[in-house]
Design a protein. Structure first.
Lengths: 374, 69
């Protein structure tokens, strides 16, 4: 029975079902309170978690997002049920940390992870198309490195407790959230009272959606970066059929819920229309994901099934969110004040950080090659 | 002459890339060692899509895939 289910989830229909479920649930979460075009955004939500913990003090993006907790724990449950939970670690963790930091800096320059790029596009935000093109370009560069033998080396089976660290961290975050811990008037936890951080679906719904998606994604290996990589690398359309399903069902759900807007560039929700930096921000993110072997969602699911290296990438992303906001690197949305339209975008510091990130990723790609073994 | 690809502990998509390189040498059978179900399914899918036969043996939490023409 379990082997049959495993086969189904590994099949094309399995991945399509996972994509469709995400495509339906994410816009629904917006309807239930999550920010516009941000039903699910792994980068944004990890950034909100960093904010809730006080790792940055941008007071409009602070909330302990239960979706992220659910993703990890849902994957843990699936991995345990199907006997796939396996503690492993040791494949260049410090490099994965750095890749996580720059992946987040790139994603926040654009204002979204690949999932949110799809959700934004599915609701008529054309900037997301620019971001997706940038993402594809970044992954293309990553594929060139992979073809030239890029590898961070092997991970090894290790103590079971190693694999449990990330799931346990998530349980602790859940407890902090449920009990709304507040150490002092000016101390953590921080919860936004305005802006995107203040907008959220009811805790229990967010958590359950996160668990369901975490479970399905662990079984099907859903990965946005992998979907584009596999097409470029070997014309394999398996993963991208799931991503396509996500997009199609998100469009339909947005149409039904009245969340679809006339397609345009300027003034989209929590988005800016500075095209060059939307493109390059996601190029950086795509390259970092490709070098690390998974999109931010996939890294959470891997961390949930015992992959200590993926867990380090996640911690890198959360740290990157802190750096991004403390150093004013993240994108600012377009705005209209008293009828005056202002195009948002990133600061010169943000531009420098994106360029620096690209340089660092290229150096990593060029210098870290594995000798082929017989 | 048989050849072995040891892809244990390598992250996605390296097991598939190494298997492809082995297939291109044309020496069958090819044994591929992997240590996750994800890699097992990825390598199996690649081999099937190219029209090869795949046999899988589980050995202590690891998998040995044998690819034949």
């Amino acid at each position: 029975m379990s082997e049959k289910l495993t086969r189904f989830f590994a099949s094309r229909w399995g991945i399509i079902v996972a994509g469709a479920v995400i495509g339906i649930l994410a816009p629904l979460l917006q309807r239930l309170g999550n920010p516009p075009n941000m039903g699910i955004c792994v980068a944004c939500f990890e950034r909100d978690i960093a904010g809730a913990l006080g790792l940055h003090r941008a007071d409009v993006v602070q909330y302990l997002r239960p979706e992220i907790i659910g993703f990890v724990l849902g994957a843990t449950v699936a991995a345990l049920l199907f006997r796939e939970f396996k503690a492993r670690a040791g494949s260049a963790p410090i490099v994965r940390f750095v890749l996580g930091v720059f992946a987040m800096i790139g994603a926040l320059a654009f204002l979204g992870c690949p999932w949110r790029a799809l959700l934004r596009f599915s609701a008529g935000d054309l900037n997301a198309l620019v971001g997706l093109l940038g993402l594809t370009f970044g992954i293309f560069i990553g594929v060139l490195f992979l073809k030239a033998g890029y590898s961070l080396g092997r991970s090894y089976k290790t103590h079971t407790a190693v694999g449990w660290i990330m799931p346990v961290i998530m349980v602790v975050l859940l407890l902090l959230l449920v009990f709304r811990v507040k150490v002092s008037d000016t101390g953590a936890l921080f919860f936004s009272t305005s802006g995107p951080g203040s907008m959220h679906a009811p805790l229990i719904i967010s958590l359950v959606v996160g668990l369901v998606i975490g479970f399905l994604a662990q079984r099907t290996r859903f990965c946005t970066m992998g979907s584009i990589r596999d097409v470029i690398l070997m014309g394999d359309t398996h993963l991208i059929s799931g991503v396509g399903a996500l997009f199609v069902f998100a469009v339909l759900t947005n149409l039904i819920l009245g969340q679809f807007r006339t397609p345009a560039f300027f003034g989209q929700p929590i988005a800016h229309s500075q095209h060059l930096w939307n493109f390059l921000g996601m190029t950086l993110a795509g390259l970092a994901f490709a070098l690390a072997g998974g999109c931010p969602g996939r890294q959470l699911f891997l961390a949930g099934e015992g992959d200590g290296d993926a867990a380090v990438f996640v911690l890198g992303m959360i740290t990157g969110a802190g750096i991004s906001h403390n150093f004013a690197l993240a994108g600012r949305p377009d705005s209209v004040v008293e009828g005056v339209q202002t195009v948002g975008g990133i600061t010169p510091y943000g531009m420098a950080a994106v360029v620096l990130g690209l340089v660092v990723c290229i150096v990593i790609g060029l210098t870290m090659r594995q000798k082929m073994e017989g | 002459m048989a050849q072995t690809v040891d892809a244990r502990g390598l992250s996605c998509p390296q097991p598939v890339i190494l298997t492809r390189q082995a297939i291109q040498t044309g020496q069958f059978p090819i044994e591929v060692l992997v240590d996750t179900v994800t890699s097992r399914e990825n390598v199996r899918r690649l081999a099937k899509s190219l029209g090869y036969k795949v046999q899988v043996k589980e050995e202590g939490g690891e998998f040995r895939l044998t690819l034949t023409k």
